[in-house]
Each structure stands twice: as structure tokens, then as C-alpha cells.
Design a binder for this molecule. Structure first.
Ligand SMILES: [Zn+2]
Ligand SMILES: [Zn+2]
Length: 82
């Protein structure tokens, strides 16, 4: 035992900041506490980012992938018909 003070895995969620000793613990925390209300997924291929707000998702798309807002708008809609 090293005292258990070493917790290098910190939740980056705004307003959370919980820290964990193991990466899997952090992952589980994020999944159970934060991801459940995150329903906006980045439509960019290969990107697994999810957001609780559409605004954030669109901003992410613009900043990270250079996508115009309209592209994100279309991607997030439910496709009726094929
Ligand atoms: Zn958290
Ligand atoms: Zn993305």
C-alpha cells in the first residue's frame, strides 16, 4: 500500500473533477455519471465524442473537424427513409 493518495486519472467533465486510481474506474464513472445524458454524438467518421448539448457538439465539429454548422445539423437529424 502506498497510502492510496495517487489518483492520476481525473475526470475532465466540467464541474466534476473526481479523480481515480485506475483508468477503468474513471471510464466507468464517466459512463455511468456523465454519458447517460450525452445524446449528441459527433457524426464525424471515427470520432467517438459525445455531448450533452447540441451546441457543444456543433462547436466541436467546427473546431476539431472543420465542419460547417449546417453539416452537423443535418447529421444529427433522424433519417427517415433511405
Ligand atoms: Zn466526472
Ligand atoms: Zn468529432
Amino acid at each position: 500500500m502506498e497510502g492510496g493518495a495517487e489518483r492520476p486519472y481525473i475526470c475532465t467533465e466540467e464541474g466534476c473533477g473526481k479523480n481515480f486510481q485506475r483508468g477503468e474506474h474513471l471510464k466507468r464513472h464517466v459512463n455511468s455519471v456523465h454519458l447517460k445524458y450525452r445524446r449528441y454524438e459527433c457524426p464525424h467518421e471515427g470520432c467517438t465524442s459525445t455531448f450533452s448539448r447540441k451546441d457543444n457538439m456543433k462547436q466541436h465539429g467546427r473546431v476539431s473537424h472543420g465542419l460547417p454548422p449546417v453539416a452537423m445539423e443535418m447529421s444529427n437529424g433522424s433519417f427517415s427513409g433511405s
